[in-house]
Write a protein that binds this ligand. Sequence first.
Ligand code: NI
Length: 172
Amino acid sequence: MAAFPIIIAPDPELKKVSAPVERVDDGVRGLMDDLLESMRAANGLGLSAPQIGVLKRVIVVQLPAGEDEEPDPMFLANPEITWASGETYGGEEGCLSLPDHFAEVTRPAGVRVRYLGRDGETVELDLEGIAAKCVQHEMDHLDGILFVDHLSALKRNIILRKLAKWKRQNAA
Ligand code: NI
């Protein structure tokens, strides 16, 4: 396992569409572990493979600890939404690729997601609340979509310009 640097927007790599994995083998499990470690190192709730420069349809999500226990991390390969509720849910989103920027994004409140788990098993799971939101956000990355793409062009451009400036300053 290793923590990898996370690609910061705006970056053309983050706009690419990732390819499905053929199967969940040791290579994909290694990628899942790298994603988890990179996500934890950056204090995130989720991370997708393209954010560390790997264009594969693999994401990891770990929800915040509740009162009693820390939820297990979820590893999802080739996730697909097979059902979405008509009800929507707002709430602020952030992204490790857009550090220090947050905005309200409205998405379906509940989704059913089908994916391959860590052992290659097919899983179908109903999610709601923050879990549904996180998984939808991470799945967007696999299609080159960032949370700012759900905002108006005006709001999106303000955030992306600030990030571009921040990147130039940090590179200097
Ligand atoms: Ni993100």
